[in-house]
Structure formats: C-alpha cells, structure tokens
Design a protein. Structure first.
Length: 133
C-alpha cells in the first residue's frame, strides 16, 4: 500500500510566533546594517567624537579639581588635543615627503641587484663540475 501524502499540517500559534519573530529579526538586522552603511558619513565622525570625549574626560576632570572652570577646561583640553593631532600629522607628512624624495636613491641599488647584468657570472659558473681524470 503506497504511503498517503499528509495534508498540510496547520501550525500552532507558538510556531507561527517563533517564525514571525525570526523573520522580523532578520528584517530588522538588514535595516540596521543598511542604515549603518548608508549613514557612515555621519556615524563615523560621531563615533570618533564620542571616543575622543571618553579619552579627554579624565584630563578635564583633573583641571576641574585644580579649580579651573569646566568650560575653560574643556576648551583648553580640546585645543591641546587638536594641537597634538596636527603636530603628529605634520611630522608624518614631513617624514613621508622625505621618504618620497629619497626613493630614487633607495631604488637604484635595488634595481641593480634585481636586473641581470653582463658583468655577472652566469648562474652555476662558480660551482661547475670538477674535472674528470
């Protein structure tokens, strides 16, 4: 006797809710990821600003403890931080400019070593087979 096909089994309310929850979670994840992708021009600077505020907050607190007003402490710490950032950027730019200027002098010996030359001995010339008697 052939097996009879089971008719469509109706799902319980709990199964439907679990399925609906999984689909809603997947759709929400897609929406959040697409918002983060398309909003990265806004979110990246905001995230960096929040990170910078966490890094600079202890210094502001230190200045406040030595009775510097909060506004003045914040402004002075931000100016100091941007000064350090710009100084490091300037140093990096100077180093990269110097490296770009020195690059031809660095690359000439490397090019000589890697290109075949007539003055070189052919490969294996030093290590030829010993003469036979």
């Amino acid at each position: 006797m052939p097996l009879a096909r089971q008719p469509f089994k109706p799902r319980t309310t709990e199964e439907l809710m679990a399925l609906l929850s999984a689909v809603a979670t997947a759709i929400l994840a897609v929406i959040i990821i697409s918002m983060l992708y398309f909003g990265r021009d806004i979110f990246v600077p905001v995230a960096l600003a929040i990170l910078l505020s966490f890094v600079l907050a202890p210094l502001v607190g230190l200045l406040q403890r030595i009775s510097v007003p909060r506004g003045l402490a914040v402004v002075s710490v931000v100016i100091l931080a941007f000064g350090l950032i710009f100084a490091m950027g300037s140093l990096l730019a100077t180093q990269l400019t110097q490296l770009a200027g020195d690059l031809p002098a660095i690359s000439r010996p490397l090019a000589k070593r890697s290109s075949p030359s007539e003055t070189r001995e052919p490969a294996g010339a030093r290590w030829s087979a010993p003469p036979t008697c």
